[in-house]
Design a protein around this ligand. Structure first.
Ligand code: CTP
Length: 469
């Protein structure tokens, strides 16, 4: 089959190859995506001989300013040209030691290079050699697998996944990204090799998980991770949510599948990766708080609070960043039950103000999460919940317009307190600040300087402080 490679870059390479009597092929993701009609700017070239040498020749033809980045240890070279990233590597064959992802590499032929690739759809190559320019080299029926939407390994799947266990994650990620299915023998081999995922660095795992998160239906990835036994190893907290217990004829919902539905609901609304993590993890506190009360049935009291406390250890294990994104996810998990408590007609303004204060700028994301959390199959119930949430949103807007709590900065701060009473930083400053904050949130005083100042004077007096004149 002929592939239409029209960019100038390919012709430049063909000219060099023909002059130097070398051989070069486009391989991997670019060919796959080209055939799928997904434009890509990352192009991998495999060369019979030195990839670095060819890269240098290509760069000099493309222009004086074009630079080559050489990675000698890997035998690769990279050129950034316009918005392309061109990577050159010599054809190689690989073998692996049991306890490592690092292969022993030797020079090889194009066929050997294709064999060492992860999936048949990623082993497709296109010739850039003058005698058969544009010809698809497809020794493992990758084209057929592309048509049938199948992820399959060129060699025995057991060897492929055991050699490089990252490929287990990649198989699932590609399946979800491309809406393919992972072939049965692969699924079996992944299950058998699942423990080897432990030798992959956290960064690599999270990279794949985040790619799954970026798809339209990330739940499919988590279902496959579960099916292949990988989930229990990389995210045991999620795996623990699986299953339904029944006592005295009463069961609870399966919290794993519920969380996946919430995740898909969120993915349909936003690209915010951290909101997706919050959706996936919002109920992780349920298994450890599960309790059966003969009167009321299944309860999960405090799962919001406990869940938020569990998030840092998940982030640490997965090597997710521990800064503001972690705090954001923790906050959403901790507050995810709060908006529903504001549904009552006679809820006080104070409760609304407190939620605005605690959620701050993340209040809208919290509401999005709460709406996604409605996964009932009963349409009437869903409609009722959504219209109740509309009322909550209305209340939030009204109170915010009135009291400006969202980015609440107390109108009287520590500096003013210390200056007024002529004191240094001490416990009393914190006590006064807190009393002012609570009074504003409870609506006992308005959110303005004069009322806060008066309260400060009165509280100071009760604490035995005197203003300096
Ligand atoms: N590859 C592999 N095994 C891996 C990683 C990569 O065999 N663990 C091969 C595949 O042939 C792949 C190519 O190297 O197509 C390039 O890898 P990479 O850039 O990671 O993947 P792409 O296929 O380009 O896709 P994506 O950019 O979506 O990751």
């Amino acid at each position: 089959m002929q592939i239409n490679l029209s960019d100038k870059i390919f012709n430049v390479i063909t000219d060099i190859v023909s002059e130097k009597k070398a051989a070069c092929y486009v391989i991997g993701g670019y060919v796959r995506d080209h055939l799928l009609g997904r434009p890509s700017k990352d192009i991998d070239f495999v060369v019979a001989g030195s990839g670095i040498e060819l890269a240098k020749q290509v760069a000099s033809r493309l222009g004086k300013k074009v630079k080559v980045n050489v990675f000698k240890n890997f035998g690769t070279a990279m050129i950034k040209y316009r918005d392309y990233e061109l990577e050159f590597v010599g054809a190689r064959k690989e073998s692996y030691a049991r306890n490592s992802r690092k292969p022993i590499v030797e020079n090889g032929t194009i066929e050997e290079d294709q064999k060492r690739r992860d999936f048949t759809i990623n082993a497709l190559a296109v010739s850039l050699n003058p005698e058969n320019f544009g010809e698809l080299i497809d020794p493992f029926n990758g084209l057929e697998d592309l048509k049938n939407k199948i992820i399959r390994t060129p060699l025995d799947p057991g060897t492929t996944y055991s050699d490089d266990p990252l490929r287990m994650m990649r198989a699932i990620r590609f399946a979800v990204q491309l809406n393919f299915s992972v072939e049965e023998y692969s699924l079996k081999a992944i299950f058998e090799n699942r423990e080897r995922v432990k030798i992959i660095s956290g960064e690599r795992v999270i990279d794949e998980l985040n790619k799954i998160m970026a798809t339209h239906k990330p739940s499919q990835g988590y279902r496959l991770l579960d099916k292949t036994g990988l989930l229990e190893i990389i995210l045991p907290e999620l795996h623990a949510m699986k299953g339904v217990d029944v006592k005295e004829g009463k069961g609870h919902k399966d919290n794993f599948y519920h969380s996946l539905q919430v995740l898909d609901n969120i993915a349909a609304k936003t690209d915010n990766i951290w909101l997706k993590w919050a959706a996936l993890l919002h109920d992780v506190g349920k298994p450890p708080t599960k309790y059966y009360d003969p009167q009321t049935g299944w309860t999960f009291h405090g799962h919001d609070y406990l869940g938020s406390k569990m998030i840092p250890s998940v982030f640490r294990r997965l090597k997710l960043p521990l800064g503001p994104n972690l705090q954001y996810v923790q906050k959403l998990v901790k507050l995810h039950l709060r908006p529903i408590a504001l549904i009552d007609e006679d809820v006080t303004d104070s409760a609304v103000r407190r939620l605005l204060f605690e959620a701050g700028d993340d209040i809208d994301d919290l509401m999005t999460l709460c709406e996604a959390d409605i996964t009932s199959k009963n349409d009437a119930k869903v409609r009722q919940y959504l219209s109740n949430f509309k009322l909550v949103r209305k209340k939030l807007v009204e109170i915010e317009e009135k009291d400006h709590i969202r980015n609440f900065q107390p109108p009287v701060d520590g500096e003013i307190i210390m200056k007024t009473f002529g004191i240094q930083p001490c416990k009393e400053v914190g006590v006064i600040k807190n009393i002012i904050k609570e009074a504003i949130l409870d609506g006992k005083i308005s959110n303005n300087y004069d009322e806060a100042f008066d309260l400060m004077l009165n509280t100071g007096k009760e604490l035995g402080l005197k203003p300096v004149s």
